[in-house]
Design a protein. Structure first.
Length: 163
């Protein structure tokens, strides 16, 4: 085999191995939900560094509302990623999301699941700030409870579109 041909064969193999190694070693391998919950409980000592500004704790949403954008401020240093967990009183599956900005808006499908799981009962939305290099180490956290009403707003003055 010629030297040029050997190089051409070795380069893709090297790149493949490098890519596989980089993928296996990435810090984006998210920790389990249980590990995050335990880390969030420990991070409660840093209470106050993360504050959810919308929605407020105890917000009651009408069933026909579109997905809101959850907003927060995080004063913890080195936070560059957030895990968002949604837990339901019914004990159904915990929903999990990761975002790289201090806001999150659930997809239509996820919002339907959240509204269903929070209909007439609380759902807890837990936001945890982490450093991308160490995603299992929670640096800040905050939580709010939300609920969805079973009663539609209907033709309320406050929910009408303005022509």
């Amino acid at each position: 085999m010629s030297t040029l041909r050997q190089r051409l064969v070795l380069v893709p193999v090297f790149l493949l191995a490098l890519g596989a190694g980089a993928f296996a070693a990435t810090p984006q391998d998210d920790p389990s939900i249980d590990a995050l919950l335990a880390a969030a409980a420990a991070a409660d000592a840093n209470a106050g560094s993360l504050k959810i500004s919308y929605p407020q704790d105890g917000t009651l949403f009408p069933p026909e509302i579109v997905a809101p954008t959850f907003l927060w401020e995080d004063k913890a240093t080195n936070v560059d990623r957030w895990h968002v967990l949604v837990r339901f009183e019914t004990g159904e599956e915990v929903l999990r999301f990761s975002v790289e900005a201090p806001r999150w808006r659930p997809s239509e499908q996820d919002w339907k699941r959240i509204k269903k799981g929070s209909s007439e009962r609380d759902a807890e939305v837990l936001v945890m700030g982490v450093e991308r290099a160490a995603p299992a180490h929670v640096l800040s956290s905050a939580r709010v409870r939300i609920r969805t009403s079973k009663d539609a707003v209907g033709d309320s003055l406050f929910y009408r579109e303005v022509p």
